[in-house]
Each structure stands twice: as C-alpha cells, then as structure tokens.
Design a protein around this ligand. Structure first.
Ligand SMILES: Nc1ncnc2c1ncn2[C@@H]1O[C@H](COP(=O)(O)OP(=O)(O)OP(=O)(O)O)[C@@H](O)[C@H]1O
Length: 317
C-alpha cells in the first residue's frame, strides 16, 4: 500500500525532474540551454537559442538542420574550437565552458575525433592512407603501424593503405578520414557533413563505416548534416531549427507475425525544461495556426486547436 510519505516522495522527485534533475544532465554529451551570440558590427546574431541535447555513451546520432540553423556553431562548441555565451556543454565529463588552454588541448587530442566535409581538412595530400592514420599516433608517441592497418581494415579501405588521397575516390578518402579521426582512440567522433560532397551510393558506404566503428569500438558518433535522408540510416535523428532542437525521429525494428523484421519511425517534438515545444511547420501550415492556439488537457494527451477569433472564449466578441 502506498502511504502519504511515499506519495510525497514521488511528487518531490517529479518536481526535481521537471526542474532539470541530475538524470537529465547525465549523458556522454550534454548540451543544456546552450546559447551562442555572435556580435558583428553592432549586430547580434543568436546562433544557438537554448539548445538542449543529451547523447548516451555509444550512441550513433544524426543532427539534421537547414543552412543557418546552428549546426556548425554547435559542432564548433562541442569540438572545443568555440565557447558558448551561456548554458552547459559537457562531453565525457569535460565542461567545455571555461576550460584552460591545457585542458582544451588534452580534450581535443584524447577525447574527440573529427571528420570534416572537405577531405583536404582531414588528410595530408603527400602522405599515404596508412601514414595519415599513423600521424596522430606518432604525435602522441604511440605504437602505430598495426593499429593503422586495423582501422583502415575496419572502414573497408585496407587495400588502399599505400595510396595518397588523390589516388582514392571521395568515399575512400572520407572512410580513411574516419580511420584518422579514430587513431588516438577517442571517446567521441564528430562528423560534419561527411557525405556532403558524395553521391548517394558512396555516401552510404561512408555511413556504413561510421556505423561499423560505432558498433565495434563503442565510440559515440554524432553526424551533422542537412540531408534528411540520413534519418533513415540511424536509430535517432535530432532536427535543429533556429538554434534549438525542434524534433527527433527514432527508428526501431519490429518483428511482424510472419517473422519478417521491419523498421518503424516515430517523430517526437522536443519539450524543453520550461515546457516549450516547437510544432512541425507542416502541422502549423495544415491548420493555419497563427499567433496563439487553444490548449486542452485530456487524461492522456494535450489538444491544440486554432485560436481563431470569435471561437475563442477568452476573445472579446
Ligand atoms: N562567426 C559568426 N559571426 C556572426 N554570425 C555567425 C557566425 N557564425 C555563424 N553565424 C550565424 O549564426 C547562424 C547559425 O550559423 P551556423 O553556421 O551554425 O549554421 P549551419 O546550420 O551550420 O549552416 P550551414 O549548413 O550553412 O553551415 C547563422 O545565422 C549565421 O549567419
């Protein structure tokens, strides 16, 4: 039987969770109410407007957003290149706000790896694929040849180990870049539009490589892209709009009665700590929702109706 003290304890726990309890902030990558304001020539641009994101250790997550939505700003902060104006950004226990230069260097060398869209930023043109993978390890003073070959094998370009970037296809270069990014065994891999310059089939191969390293090495992978199709390649894709996480799509495998497995996608809106959520643009357009809407609390859902003048009981006739 539940007694009063038990009920009170549960209510207090729920209140703590609503206020942003610790569980909400536990994750391998945590952004909480992240804000980044750029000031240029007296004009302020709010590139991140209170972005919330939690990524579990070992997850493979896609972050999807149109141009200007704030993807690069978020990635620059998470990779330790830029600092947020306000909010919390924490990766693998490193608080990215106010890090010392020494700790920032350690973070960038040991904790995170990067794959950028432009292959020239990932690979040195005068080194072979193997030498490119060995380079970060050499800088860290680690044993290298064997690991370089293992990594190239894992991403499916072992037979190209002796070739220079110019002697490889765009997809092979990007898979090699994944191996380079993993050379120093980082906990987290960030990829910024890694398939942006590739055709669909080649992009799938690069994505396959990211999935393999995620599954085999357990590295947490965050892929940032404007390509909505990648949502079909991952179990969880988060959409950014106007510098905030707006919605997310989760895919799960279901087994039908005849034993065949199929994937089901479910779209969720992201509810922030203040209880705000962003309606998908298609929903807003479908019902011509504007300015304000009427809300109704039902036992198991919330209704949103157009707040049309005249039908709104609060509205003077
Ligand atoms: N250094 C900067 N100074 C001023 N404004 C900036 C700066 N960097 C980004 N912005 C602005 O912040 C907003 C978000 O930019 P951001 O580059 O993060 O978007 P994005 O989603 O990565 O776009 P894209 O896919 O085109 O790279 C934009 O309005 C952009 O103009």
């Amino acid at each position: 039987m539940t007694d009063l003290a038990d009920l009170e304890r549960r209510a207090a726990e729920r209140a703590a969770a609503r206020a942003g309890g610790q569980d909400r902030l536990s994750g391998h990558i945590v952004c909480d109410a992240l804000v980044r304001i750029f000031r240029t020539e007296g004009v302020e641009v709010m590139a991140l407007q209170g972005l919330d994101l939690v990524v579990d250790r070992g997850e493979l997550l896609a972050v999807v957003g149109a141009s200007g939505s704030g993807k690069s700003t978020m990635l620059n902060i998470l990779s330790g290149l830029d600092e947020p104006t306000a909010g919390l950004a924490r990766v693998a226990g490193y608080d990215l706000l106010g890090m010392t230069a020494k700790r920032r260097l350690e973070y960038r060398r040991r904790i995170v790896g990067f794959v950028w869209q432009q292959t020239a930023r990932n690979l040195l043109p005068y080194l072979s694929a193997r030498e490119n993978v060995e380079l970060p390890m050499r800088l860290a003073g680690a044993r290298r040849r064997r690991r370089a070959e293992e990594l190239l094998e894992m991403v499916g370009v072992a037979e190209k180990a002796g070739r220079r970037p110019a002697e490889m296809s765009g997809g092979e270069q990007q898979r090699c870049a994944v191996a380079v990014a993993l050379a120093n065994d980082p906990e987290v891999l960030f990829a910024d539009e890694p398939t942006g310059e590739l055709d669909e089939a080649t992009a799938d191969e690069v994505f396959g490589a990211l999935r393999t390293v995620n599954a085999e090495l357990g590295v947490t992978v965050v892929v940032v892209t404007h390509d909505h199709n990648v949502a079909g390649q991952v179990r969880r894709a988060v959409a950014i709009r106007d510098g905030k996480t707006a919605s997310e799509v989760r895919r799960s495998a279901r087994r039908a009665a005849d034993g065949t497995e199929h994937h089901v996608s479910q779209e969720y809106a992201v509810l922030d700590r203040a209880g705000r959520l962003q309606l998908p643009a298609a929903f807003v357009d479908a019902l011509s929702l504007r300015d304000r809407v009427r809300l109704n609390l039902e036992p198991d859902h919330v209704e949103i109706r157009p707040g049309t003048a005249g039908t709104d009981p609060e509205e003077p006739a």
